[in-house]
Design a protein around this ligand. Structure first.
Ligand code: M6R
Length: 592
């Protein structure tokens, strides 16, 4: 996590860097800082808190320096503080470094440096990089960096500048994302594309083991041995407008409302010959789906569809568990890695591990050109556009779309099934028209301390997803549970203070879930149900009833998840919380 940015060119670097940091803030936001080369010296400014604190501290300081780097932090080593905020410098403040990721052997390196008499100002792993580069420097920054990267272990990306070579930035990628933005007489470096989109759409995506050497005149790429590498320049297809709020109060709300488009665009994208897969799922002995968070929940639903339409046994595993388990993986397996960002390190490592074992790998990603997109053998892209809110919404329904498409494509009735899928944008529109009902319910229950979410079959992952949305943005404790498991423990929690959100469409388990609703009612729990329009049985036994348009069983997740996203959104928004950037979270999780 953390966001890094660098600029070298003809304009004062500071406003460009601050603007870029604001667009990267979703990656981490406990502290921020910049370093600018101004009149042959380094100006370093850092602040705890959000980027606006840093911006405030720079008011009235019109630095003119044309080369600089910036950072927004999500703390791993060292608590959020000014000392631990980036950039970090060497003792003489001649070199400044911003870094994303973890230097695993930093304690060892720090020990060596301290024994040589170097004194440290922070508790971070990053500071070792600044000291090591200063020690290796003999007049060429690239040479010094090449010497230092050989000593570093871990997954990281960093950028470094020095007063000795104003106008030059060196960026290193090993595990964490880093892109180069190319423009006329100016060049950029950033963790993610939106940071540089206002200035350029011409981008080079660095791969692991690559180093970018930027000056205003050009960019050269090298491997860690200093050999030059030729890379293609990609033209980014998004424009900035699609990454702005378009009149919505928060990105999350805008993105919830973008779901009909995200689903429609994903279907259209997957219908293009470029996304066609050269194999059938039925060729495999087993499918293993690997993902984290919301993507994992999409995977749980995808499993049911894959098993239904192909008969191939499918397992879903958290990427962080997969990596350290003893899962037997072979050439007979297909590994599906699902990731919005395409950068989640656990998912990425899991895919690499599976590849090493000879399994074929398929990614479902939103960010084109991301690490997972590039490293998997095949990719199905979700065409949801950039998602800025930390809580995943439109990318979840886009992932569902891609997984349904995949399962249906392996079935004799493919065209009929996909025609049904094409109705989902309109069905989601219909749910969004009822947003006011959800807002009213949110207002009624926003002060509750705990929520339980229940569902069976396809609605169980939706219950998990509803609970995750609520806890991550409202900080209210919420648990998702299979409705049938409630009687094996969680039922003890139910009393007149406990809202229980029950996802209960008229599917194969409808009657069973209704029985669970009765069990909740008997214990005086507050039933908030999500069910089909006109379902009087469910409405009658619920304190609050949220209706969604009736759809075939397979498609219930598309309509039932939306009210749960809205419920979480309205609760957090009414509580006055930072919906788009909830505490402790980051949009892209590039640490283990
Ligand atoms: O980018 P990814 O889909 O790999 O991210 C996985 C999770 O970190 C992500 O879904 C996270 O749980 C979201 N904050 C959920 O809203």
């Amino acid at each position: 996590m953390c966001g890094i940015i660098g600029y070298t060119g003809k304009e004062p670097a500071l406003p460009l860097i601050l603007g870029g940091l604001e667009r990267l803030e979703y990656r981490g936001y406990d502290s921020a800082g910049v370093a600018i080369i101004e009149d042959g010296r380094l100006i370093v400014e850092k602040r705890v808190g959000k980027i606006r604190e840093l911006v405030k501290s720079l008011w009235g300081k019109p630095y003119e320096g044309k080369t600089g780097i910036g950072h927004t932090r999500w703390a791993t080593h060292g608590e959020p503080s000014t000392e631990n905020a980036h950039p970090h410098t060497d003792e003489k403040r001649e070199f400044a470094v911003v870094h994303n990721g973890i230097i695993e052997n930093y304690l060892e390196l720090r020990g060596e440096l301290e024994r040589e008499g170097v004194s440290f100002r922070s508790n971070t792993d990053t500071e070792v990089i600044a000291h090591l580069i200063a020690k290796s420097y003999r007049g060429d920054l690239l040479e010094a960096v090449l010497e230092v990267v050989k000593k570093l272990r871990g997954a990281f990306a960093f950028a470094v500048i020095t007063v000795h070579e104003p106008g030059r930035i060196i960026g290193v990628k090993q595990g964490s994302p880093l892109v180069v933005g190319i423009s006329e007489g100016e060049n950029f470096l950033a963790s993610d594309i939106p940071a540089i989109l206002p200035y350029t759409r011409r981008v080079i995506t660095l791969s692991d083991g690559e180093i970018a050497d930027l000056t205003p005149e050009g960019v050269n790429i090298y491997d860690f041995n200093g050999n030059p590498i030729t890379k293609d320049i990609t033209i980014v297809p998004w424009d900035l407008i699609s990454a702005e709020k378009a009149g919505f109060k928060h990105f999350m709300l805008k993105e919830i409302y973008e779901q009909p488009k995200a689903v429609g665009d994903t279907i259209r994208g997957l219908l293009s010959p470029a996304e066609e897969l050269p194999f059938s799922l039925k060729e495999f002995r087993r499918v293993l789906v690997i993902a984290c968070g919301t993507s994992y929940h999409a995977g749980l639903i995808g499993k049911s569809w894959i098993e239904k339409y192909t008969g191939v046994p499918t397992e879903v595993v958290y990427a962080s568990e997969f990596r350290y388990g003893d899962f037997p993986v072979s050439e007979e397996d297909l590994i599906i890695g699902i990731s919005q960002s395409g950068e989640t390190i656990d998912t990425k490592f899991a895919i690499n591990f599976a590849k090493d074992k000879g399994a074929r790998t398929l990614a479902v990603v939103n960010v084109v050109g991301s690490s997972i997109d590039r490293e998997a053998d095949y990719t199905l892209h979700t065409h949801a556009g950039p998602e800025i809110g930390v809580a995943a919404t439109k990318t979840f329904t886009a992932q569902l779309t891609a997984l349904y498409f995949l399962a249906a494509s392996n079935h004799g009735e493919r065209d009929k099934l996909i025609a049904e899928l094409m109705k989902m944008p309109a069905r989601i529109e219909a749910v969004l028209e009822k947003a006011e009902d959800v807002e009213r319910i949110a207002q009624k229950f926003m002060k509750k301390k705990d929520f339980l979410y229940l569902g069976r079959y396809l609605s169980y992952p939706i219950a998990l997803e509803g609970a995750l949305k609520l806890k991550e943005i409202s900080y209210i404790h919420a648990e998702g549970y299979p409705a049938g498991e409630m009687k094996h423990g969680p039922i003890a929690l139910i009393d007149e203070n406990m809202p229980v959100v029950v996802v209960c469409p008229q599917d194969r388990v409808y009657d069973k879930t209704l029985s669970n609703v009765e069990e909740v009612r008997t214990r005086k729990g507050i039933v908030i149900s999500v069910g089909f329009e006109g379902d009087e049985r469910l409405e009658k036994v619920s304190r609050e009833f949220i209706s969604v348009p009736p759809v075939e069983e397979d498609f219930t997740p598309f309509v039932t998840v939306v009210p749960l996203q809205l419920l979480a959104y309205y609760i957090a928004s009414r509580l006055g919380l930072d919906v788009d950037q909830p505490r402790n979270l980051a949009k892209t999780v590039t640490v283990e």
